[in-house]
Design a protein. Sequence first.
Length: 248
Amino acid sequence: MHRLNGKRALITGGSSGIGLETAKQFVAEGARVAITGRSLESLRSAKNELGDSTVYIESDAADASSQKHVAETVKKELGNVDILFVNAGVAELKPFEQWDEAAYDRSFATNVRGPFFLIQALLSVFANPASIILNASINAHIGMANTSVYGATKAALLSLARTLSGELISRGIRVNAVSPGPIATPLYGKLGFSAAQLQATADAIKSQVPAKRFGSPGEVASAVLFLGSDESAFTVGSELIIDGGLGL
């Protein structure tokens, strides 16, 4: 316990799923936490679980221009940031021929462009040392059908983890990534599928996982906790895959 005592952390997309579970673990380990969420409703729901000591910021991860506001709010409320978990993202899955420019741009704006400019906006706010963890995906490594754009955005994040590691380490900033496989989160409910389609999709994915189950948000959050803590001080530019063996 208290592995993050005195640390200040920002978690994007922290109002549900992996982000919320990570916020809970961070708070339990002694960190002061700020989270972002797309709506006040989702942030109010998170507040019921995280309490009044957490900072809540309404922000759309796809809006690159608003990331400076996030950085300014964090600086005002926390002072500096010791840990950034870039978790907010969107998973839109469909056959290659069904993609149009608007949907393509929406995925890249949320998963790549927004995070890129958030990190840039936070450069003067990061403490020294500091840790950045990017939430990528096993889909950056495997050729799963219907994930052409989603997998590409996550591959971009993995590339960013490596290049920023080399560029920012001189500032005392470590950059690493986690790559979850199928995790039981509300993300799947946002795909626009019917209940029957969701069940069929879940069954098809589960059948491909050697562990024969979906992972839990807590299992990913524990990996993020390690990468954010001083226990991983010599871990730079690395990727932790939490996928139940899907990528084997």
